[in-house]
Design a protein around this ligand. Structure first.
Ligand code: ATP
Ligand code: MG
Length: 388
């Protein structure tokens, strides 16, 4: 089983490249599911065929699914929704509003993750490719699967025990019984949190799951992608490919487009220097929109050539952040670098690691931007940087 997530800034070409990848893995004979977890689905437009809330076959070995968050919520969340709606109505909130509010914020995202897990754990697919929402949303999704879930699950279990104890008494007190949740409500929570936690484990296994970042060669997208790369790394979600889409072909180097072309060349160079040793792919701006199976297959051939798109495209080098003695510590794994060649610099929110001819730009996470570097050490391929 292989799980591949595509994310990036809005409009950069995530869906197109995710679809092209899926068409190619299906062509290679692997049972592939392409899932859209973006609320604004567009797989139907890309395949020019109807895709919906249940997987449909779009080609041999290829099925597609646009997760319908509301349907998932309706099917899985109703005991909890009834509980919250009753409680809110009791507290004086208008019925209709109470029902709406009972869909807690973030619920749709949690149920999307649950649905993804359901597909991943079914034995139906060998490759699952996810066309995610733009970067920020995807990061929020993925961090939901982090340890917070396990903690929440423990909390829910504790509450369940307390509620069980006090239920017989409180049920007799008028009004208070509205605050009581019965086992069914806890079951929904338990199930949900358990699922999301399990998906988190799958997502952090670099042999199974990798994240691919799509961007265009413009300053805003580069900055956003650098930050995303840092955060995915810190949260332990391996990034194995960077896809620079809509690269201007050389034919456009003359005339009106010349300045754009030159600017893009500079930006492409700066992309090459970012993203610590992750494989980068350039995807040309095509003559027309890649819509339909054949254009998508062609696009995939252009991107991957003879390589298998379901391979792990690069062994992601990890970076971790923690705290020791009140100081924040960043630890980079740089196994191929010699100590005498390594140079570490800093430019405001960016850390610049150079070794021989290579320069790597690393966007610092927000917590470190205002902190001075207190020291750095490099031993056995591990670079440790301490911040005040
Ligand atoms: N390499 C390319 N050459 C030409 N057109 C492209 C290329 N890649 C994508 N497009 C077109 O650009 C538009 C945006 O692409 P796409 O929908 O894949 O982006 P997205 O990142 O998924 O957007 P959203 O954030 O809205 O989901 C579409 O019209 C698509 O057909
Ligand atoms: Mg899209």
């Amino acid at each position: 089983m292989r799980l591949i997530l595509y994310t990036g800034k809005g409009g950069v070409g995530k869906s197109s490249i995710a679809a092209a990848t899926a068409v190619r893995t299906a062509e290679l004979g692997r049972r592939t599911l392409l899932v859209s977890s973006d609320l604004a689905h567009n797989l139907s437009d890309i395949f020019d065929t109807r895709v919906g809330g249940e997987p449909v076959t779009v080609a041999e070995y290829l099925t597609a699914l646009e997760i319908d968050a509301l349907k998932e919520i309706r099917e899985n969340w109703s005991p909890a929704q009834d509980y919250f709606a009753n409680l809110l109505a009791f507290l004086g909130v208008d019925d209709a509003i109470a029902e709406e509010v009972a869909l807690l914020p973030g619920m749709d995202e949690l149920f999307m993750l649950t649905r993804i897990l359901q597909e991943v754990e079914s034995d139906r697919h060998e490759v699952v490719i996810i066309d995610c929402s733009p970067t920020a949303g995807t990061l929020r999704h993925l961090t939901l699967t982090d340890t917070a879930c396990t903690k929440l699950q423990k909390m829910t279990n504790m509450k369940r025990k307390v509620f069980k104890l006090v239920r017989p008494v409180l049920n007799r007190v008028k009004g208070l019984r509205h605050f009581m949740a019965d086992d069914e409500v806890f079951d929904v929570f338990d199930h949900l949190l358990g699922n999301v936690g399990r998906l988190g484990e799958i997502l952090k296994n670099p042999d199974v799951s990798t994240v691919r970042l799509v961007l265009n060669a413009d300053r805003v997208a580069i900055a956003e992608t650098r930050r995303a790369f840092t955060y995915f790394g810190l949260f332990g979600f391996p990034v194995d490919g960077i896809f620079v889409n809509k690269v201007l072909p050389r034919e456009l180097a003359d005339g009106y487009m010349n300045r754009w072309f030159k600017l893009q060349r500079q930006l492409l160079e700066s992309i090459d220097q970012s993203f610590l040793d992750v494989n980068k792919f350039r995807v040309p701006l095509l003559g027309k929109e890649p819509i339909g199976l054949y254009p998508l297959a062609e696009m995939a051939h252009g991107i991957f050539g003879d390589h298998r798109p379901d391979d792990v495209l690069s062994a992601p080098k990890s970076v971790t952040m923690d705290q020791v003695d009140g100081k924040h510590r960043l630890v980079f794994s740089l196994p191929d670098v010699n100590k005498k060649d390594l140079d570490v610099g800093r430019k405001e929110a960016e850390l610049i690691l150079s070794a021989k001819n290579y320069t790597r730009v690393f966007s610092l996470p927000d917590t470190l931007i205002d902190r001075e570097i207190a020291g750095a050490e490099f031993t056995d391929g591990t670079l440790t940087i301490l911040f005040e």
